[in-house]
Design a protein around this ligand. Sequence first.
Ligand SMILES: [Zn+2]
Length: 227
Amino acid sequence: MGEMTGSDVVRVLPRAAWGADEQRRFADGEERWPPAYATAEALVVHHTRTANEDPSPEATMRAIYGFHADVRGWGDIGYHHVIAADGRVFAGRWDGGRAGVVAGHALGHNIGTEGIAVLGNFEDTLPTPEAWRSLVSLLASRCRALHLDPAGRSGPLGPAGARRPYPTILGHGDCRPTTCPGEQLAAALPRLRAEVAAARGPAQVRPSERRQARAPDSTAALSRQRS
Ligand SMILES: [Zn+2]
């Protein structure tokens, strides 16, 4: 993986970093939203429609947690990951220490997707350069972990009767009637996919195509992704 650079390394800060009150996930000793697991085929980009000049991203995370857990009644925050304007990446939905937890970020499309939100409102502006870099790195990292082509498409996803493929990197508004992730960020998705593809490194080689693999990097990527 000689193409890999430092931009591929993304550090996800644990829930404790934003002060998640883990008691909030329980009621009468029962977990309010017991985790379920599924393999994600697509990554949904969101904005949180919160302030762009945010003095305390941690407080905003706690507010979103409270809104999702208690006002919505889900029992936890609905995003898998949330990115702050300074580029920090926060862990969202509690995953029980296992990969593939189903979260709650795109109604009818939560199974088979992961939700990544950028803190802020991107109707009229784009994320900060720091947040953008983390978004690219995180998406590239998730594409590697899930063996997704950033420029590819998912299998059929969505509610029964309306299942269809989606871009592997899509905006919330691509699968639901919503303006999320904001007009400016939605318009930047093609550039985002291209930057993620560059950051992800060599495309995954399917086993049947392995013989045609020319670059040593591709073979290295294959063995790495299978381990
Ligand atoms: Zn959204």
